[in-house]
Design a protein around this ligand. Structure first.
Ligand code: ADP
Length: 475
């Protein structure tokens, strides 16, 4: 753990093991931090806030630039740590490290653009000035599916704004977090400004984050269930919260789209990170006239996908995170088949050629999925593509919005008017139009409804860490 500028063990040297999900092998052990360590880290962050919050934006920016430089230089090493610890193919891990570094660069720049404003006042002797100041100590909790970028997406804007941070990374991927904190230390982040508490049981740390009055903001990426728990806890002290939660993305192929192009796009985004992404399509709405060609292209492509260790050449399907994930995916597939869906390919755990040591599930395609099936409602977080046929634009829009989630959605069409109508009707925070990757450090990422609160990245990303203060002068 990294607290107040020191690398520390847990009390009594307590540790927990970290495993490679592709092989089940132990790859390391990290300190198992207790609630006391969280208190210690929050105290350090609180002390450091005094100086860090009044540094010039130029100083903070320079440190973030340096962190960006080091992370870019260390890309290959970080990617390898990620593939070993999280399982994604090396190429995808390299892309994620770049995406993670991009947040350091973007917020190094945004740090210098925290502008205020003056407002015309109603009295002749009065002047209004609005300024923005850092929120204070930020407690951050991050997930395992994007173990590098989800950290920089929070830490970079917090530091740029002048906040100090205590981070608890996911218990499955603490090694990536440690690598990032080494970079922040080397880049010159002063002691106490960033603190890392690793822990196997998140509950006690989360409890401290929400109840400790020194923490003024909670930023969380993870499940909707845990997000609600933290938001409820934070409400007691009216702490600021940012929540990036679950999703259930519709992927809509409109009748004029090219089914082959749409199917290629669906393949890439559905099986990205083996489906373990909150923006992963969870319902593929294909106009009834195009189901056959769409399914044909997908089936052909799926048959060429290779599952295995992310270090192996040509592998595009990595392991799932654990046995529970395999069981959840399989349960959804069985439920759909029992209720009348047709299994086109996959639909089973992969065990041949040593894959039984890891958590592999075959890339799966099912068709004739209906709203009665669990997969139509519940987030899958695995490599299953459920095709839902529809007949009219109005019907598909209603079906797409029929979820308590509202993170990402995708539309395939060549008709600009149709694209605009469907875009405006969708209740989702991120919409890709013939585009399967509508994300970047420069763009606001976040969800509506139970997918979250607030935005990360873009201009909005730094605002989440700033308070607005109004000054009224009488002259
Ligand atoms: P997932 O299902 O994707 O693992 P979680 O929401 O369980 O999603 O985990 C995301 C992050 O939230 C992880 O860092 C995890 O340790 C943390 N977490 C899980 N439960 C709690 C809790 N009760 N309090 C605080 N953090 C939690």
């Amino acid at each position: 753990m990294y607290i107040d500028g020191q690398w520390l063990q847990a009390a009594g040297g307590a540790e927990f093991d970290v495993f490679n999900p592709a092989t089940g092998e132990k790859i390391g052990a990290v300190p198992d931090g207790s609630r006391e360590k969280a208190v210690q880290a929050i105290d350090a962050a609180d002390r450091a806030f005094k100086e860090w919050s009044v540094q010039t934006a130029y100083k903070r920016s320079a440190i973030l630039y340096e962190a960006y430089r080091i992370m870019t230089e260390r890309k290959e090493h970080l990617a390898r740590v990620m593939t070993e610890e999280q399982g994604k193919p090396l190429k995808a891990a390299r892309n994620e490290v770049q995406y993670g570094a991009d947040f350091l660069l973007w917020f190094a720049e945004e740090a210098k653009r925290v502008y205020g404003e003056t407002i015309p006042a109603p009295r002749p002797d009065q002047r209004f000035m609005v300024l923005h100041q850092p929120v204070g100590v930020v407690a951050a909790i991050t997930p395992w599916n994007y173990p590098v970028s989800m950290i920089t997406r929070k830490v970079a804007p917090a530091l740029a704004a002048g906040c100090t941070v205590v981070l608890k990374p996911a218990e499955a991927t603490p090694l990536c977090a440690i690598e990032i904190f080494k970079i922040l230390e080397e880049a010159g982040v002063p002691k106490g400004v960033v603190n890392l508490v690793t822990a196997f049981n998140p509950e006690a740390i989360g409890e401290e984050f929400v109840t400790n009055p020194k923490v003024r903001k909670i930023t969380f990426t993870g499940s909707t269930e845990v997000g609600k728990l933290l938001a409820r806890g934070a409400a007691d002290q009216i702490k600021r919260v940012s929540m990036e939660l679950g999703g259930h993305a519709p992927f809509i192929v409109l009748p004029d789209a090219d089914p082959e192009r749409a199917a290629k796009g669906a393949m890439l985004v559905k099986f990205l990170n083996t489906g373990q992404a909150c923006i992963s399509p969870n319902r593929l709405f294909v106009h009834r006239s195009m189901v056959d060609p769409f399914v044909e292209v997908m089936t052909k492509r799926i048959s060429k996908m290779k599952a295995g260790s992310g270090f192996e050449e040509g592998v595009s399907i990595g392991p799932l995170v654990d046995t529970a994930a395999i069981e959840k995916v399989d349960r959804q597939v069985r439920d759909a088949i029992d209720k009348g869906a047709e299994l086109v390919s996959g639909g089973r755990r992969l065990t041949e050629n040593g894959l039984d040591r890891g958590y592999f599930y075959a890339p799966t395609l099912i068709k004739e999925v209906t709203p009665r099936m669990t997969i139509y409602r519940e987030e899958t977080f695995g490599p299953v593509a459920p095709v839902v046929p529809y007949d009219s634009e109005e019907e598909v829009l209603t079906m797409a919005n029929d979820t308590h989630y509202g993170l990402a959605a995708y539309i395939y069409t060549q008709d600009i008017s149709r694209a605009m109508r469907v875009l405006e009707g969708l209740r989702f925070g991120i919409v890709g139009i013939n585009d399967i990757n509508p994300t970047a450090a420069a763009a606001p990422f976040g969800g509506m409804k139970e997918s979250g609160l607030g935005r990360e990245g873009g201009r909005e990303g730094i605002a989440e860490y700033l308070e607005t203060k109004l000054a009224g002068f009488s002259i």
